[in-house]
Design a protein around this ligand. Structure first.
Ligand code: SF4
Length: 443
């Protein structure tokens, strides 16, 4: 018996089969599914981002993980297998947040987290009793989850270990699908499991994929203390309140933290307030940045534009802000109303969405704006985001931000900064205009 796992791409530009390098990372969710699958079942894995899928493969079940931006491509892939009478199961964020759509394109809908339910699906598969849907109402503890990375063998991923130490976030940002998926909860893995997994891996650099690594400060301190003896280097994402606690920052740094992604979202307090990003409103961002950088931690700041209070001049103000603070990386993104979020429902109610199912439209591309912003056109918002991304990675900007104390903690850091800047500049152009799907039939 065999299961074929598939990680879909967003889509492909005609004639360009190469992929965005900074996205070329091991898909941890596939390794977790593989680990939950008993060893008497054969497994194979196609990463549509890197290789062609063999639709002729002899398999008993195809499992596709679906996100909003990969939904159309997922349906195209499923269509090819289902034509050959191969059953397809779909799970992931999009399957959980938009189940009524996803069930139309698969044989088995899988809602929620995999652990505890995937095993039941496998038993049903063996008994030829697969049901049309599996819904995980009560997620399990995160103990004893050790991803099976042998499923990645032979694939060329970035040499960066992806590790999960916890899931979810307790904040309530109205654009965020993470808090919807996890219902504003945060759970963490036992420390000994994280340490055991790290000890078994060969990487020098790690990315902790947690949605907010400081969601529980007491636990975060224990985690960072446990990491110190491992002498690893790592990046992660977390909320700005980490700056409040000097002991936390010290432990982060001593445990090998090189940098952290922080969602600043906006410099406009009205915008922060209406998107429900209260945690950022409560913090003086300038002082917080200084504290984090003084601890020797680089900042990857993300910003979103296109809210009802946003004006064109906010782009320039934000650009000057990130240059002043010499951010390692900054993202200039437009709002994306992900289905299942409060923001999507509000935009739908007030008629702002240009296309309610923009993710299924092959003419909708990465970088396009899917709603009508109030103070500029959708095209202007898309153009300005792309323009400021290019400005951020211009030679002048890279040179200005180079002279940040966090780039000079070790002789390798200046080279690392330049490498990431050049790669990110190339990828910013490569991502823009990537269509949803490949244009093939999916129904
Ligand atoms: S802080 Fe980040 S992860 Fe948490 S709800 Fe807001 S956007 Fe989502």
């Amino acid at each position: 018996m065999k299961i074929t796992f598939i990680m879909p791409s967003i889509g492909k530009k005609p004639g360009d089969l190469s992929y965005v390098k900074t996205w070329q990372m091991e898909p941890l969710q596939i390794a977790i599914l593989s680990a939950l699958t008993p060893s008497d079942i054969n497994r194979e894995f196609y990463d549509d981002r890197l290789e062609n899928i063999n639709y002729e493969t002899q398999t008993d079940l195809v499992a596709i993980t679906v996100e909003t931006y990969t939904a159309r491509r997922s349906y195209e892939i499923a269509y090819q297998f289902r034509k050959k009478n191969v059953k397809v199961v779909m799970g992931g964020f999009h399957a959980t947040l938009v189940p009524e759509e996803v069930r139309q394109y698969c044989d088995i809908l899988f809602v929620g987290e995999a652990e505890g339910l995937w095993e039941k699906l496998i038993i049903d598969l063996k008994n030829n009793e697969l049901k049309s849907e599996y819904i995980n109402h009560s997620p399990l503890s995160l103990a004893n989850i050790f991803p099976d990375r042998t499923i990645f063998s032979g694939k060329r991923y970035q040499k960066l270990g992806l590790i999960e130490t916890g899931r979810g976030c307790t904040f309530n940002c109205d654009f965020c699908s993470i808090q919807k998926f996890y219902k504003r909860t945060y759970r963490y893995r036992p420390l000994e499991d994280v340490v055991t997994e790290l000890k078994s891996l060969p990487y020098k650099y790690y990315f902790f994929v947690d949605d907010n690594i400081v969601a529980n400060i007491v636990h975060a301190k224990k985690l960072f203390t446990a990491l110190i003896p491992l002498k690893i280097k790592w990046f992660t994402q977390g909320s700005i309140n980490m700056a409040d606690d000097p002991e936390l920052l010290d432990l982060m740094k001593r445990s090998g933290c090189l940098g952290v992604l922080i969602g600043f979202e906006s410099l406009n307090d009205k915008t922060l307030s209406s998107m429900n990003k209260g945690i950022n409103l409560k913090h003086d961002r300038e002082k917080s940045i200084l504290k984090i950088q003084a601890a020797g931690i680089k900042i990857y700041g993300t910003f979103v534009f296109g809210h009802e209070n946003d004006q064109e001049k906010d782009f320039d103000k934000t650009f000057r802000f990130v240059l002043k603070h010499k951010f390692f990386i900054a993202a200039f993104n437009h709002l994306v109303p992900f289905p299942g979020t409060e923001m999507y429902e509000r935009f739908k109610r007030n008629g702002s969405l240009i296309n309610e199912k923009y993710w299924l439209d092959h003419n909708y591309c990465f970088g396009d704006v899917s709603y009508r912003p109030q103070n500029f056109s959708a095209e202007t918002l898309s153009r300005l985001c792309f323009l400021y991304r290019k400005k951020f990675y211009s030679t002048a900007s890279i040179f200005t931000r180079f002279f940040n104390r966090t780039n000079f903690q070790h002789f390798s850091h200046p080279f690392f900064y330049l490498l990431i800047s050049i790669l990110s500049r190339r990828d910013a152009k490569k991502r823009q205009g990537l269509p949803m799907g490949t244009g093939q039939a999916y129904e």
